[in-house]
Design a protein around this ligand. Structure first.
Ligand SMILES: C/C=C/C(=O)SCCNC(=O)CCNC(=O)[C@H](O)C(C)(C)COP(=O)(O)OP(=O)(O)OC[C@H]1O[C@@H](n2cnc3c(N)ncnc32)[C@H](O)[C@@H]1OP(=O)(O)O
Length: 271
């Protein structure tokens, strides 16, 4: 996907069918584009999300990524037509593993990611939003994990990422009832970080605030949080101290501290 020509680094962006990818002023925008099926996550769309994650990990222009959906949904879940065609538990397991793998790649991206939840985020759609670092919802958005009403369970990370984010009790409320919550309720339970009239506009505002900060420090802060999950506190604190050491060795750290002392805004270069 990426080639070196002399010293020039050329990133080839694949042709996508079910999503679009654009980058403007440091913000990469990934838009799911299957509005006729409320952006249901078909296997083809999941594979394109894996490809876009690979692009995001390499694109030097992409400093924050926003994921959103075209039309009235962010994503209405895994594609139920494809689920209906699953013949045995082994195929179903492979299906879950595909979604989990793609969302884990998104969760591990070295840049901050934001889900701009413009409408329905249900089942696998909410699980995609959970794989992002931050979630911003439109006032009219509806979020939920309705899988048990279909005889399924959340299988793209929902049973793991949701309790880690909002706590076991609140997560099991959503998982057992399958109910749709409003953006306001999602905000009150910590499921989303912000609510606004227009999710994308609100997400862009958030991205712009993030972009004012030092890029390497952002990557290291995320790495510290991600690597610390699942470790005991002492081990996780060691990782934090190591990464603090890396951050302190950057030119941007010198610039940030100098700018503070000189009472001016910093000019970070990502070095
Ligand atoms: C591991 C992960 C597992 C999962 O994610 S399981 C799936 C979990 N998701 C769901 O159960 C949500 C399913 N969708 C719905 O409940 C409803 O939709 C909504 C409440 C989101 C919206 O309802 P309304 O406004 O009446 O729209 P509409 O006519 O139902 O949908 C428009 C078109 O979109 C298709 N569609 C919606 N969701 C899915 C889906 N998840 N998989 C495949 N297609 C979907 C429909 O069938 C229909 O299509 P047509 O116009 O051809 O009838």
């Amino acid at each position: 996907m990426a080639e070196e020509h002399g010293h020039e680094f050329i990133l080839e962006i694949p042709e996508f069918e079910h999503l679009s990818y654009e980058v403007e002023e440091g913000i990469a925008l990934v838009t799911l584009r299957r509005p006729e099926a409320l952006n249901a996550l078909s296997q083809d769309l999941l594979r394109e999300l894996a490809e876009v994650a690979e692009v995001l990990a390499q694109d030097p222009e992409a400093r924050v990524a926003i994921f959103t959906g075209e039309g009235k949904a962010f994503a209405a879940g895994a594609d139920l037509k494809e689920i209906a065609a699953i013949k045995d538990p082994f195929m179903a397991r492979e299906y879950a593993l595909l979604g989990q793998q793609v969302f884990s790649e998104i969760a591990a991206l070295p840049i901050p990611t934001i889900a701009a939840i413009n409408g329905y985020a249900l089942g696998g759609g909410l699980e995609l939003a959970l794989a992002c670092d931050l979630r911003v919802a439109a006032t009219g958005a509806r979020l939920g994990l309705p899988e048990v009403g279909l005889g399924l369970i959340p299988g793209f990370g929902g049973t793991q990422r949701l309790p880690r984010l909002i706590g076991r009790g609140r997560a099991l409320d959503l998982i057992f009832t399958g109910r749709h919550v409003t953006a306001e309720e999602a905000l009150s339970m910590g499921l989303v970080n912000r609510v606004g009239e227009d999710a994308l506009e609100e997400a862009r505002k958030l991205a712009e605030k993030i972009l004012k900060n030092a890029p390497i420090a952002l990557a290291l802060a995320k790495e510290s949080v991600v690597r610390g999950e699942g470790l005991d506190l002492a081990e996780a604190l060691e990782i934090e101290a190591d990464l603090f050491g890396y951050a302190a060795a950057t030119e941007d750290m010198k610039e940030g501290v100098r700018a503070f002392l000189e009472k001016r805004p910093p000019n970070f270069k990502g070095e």
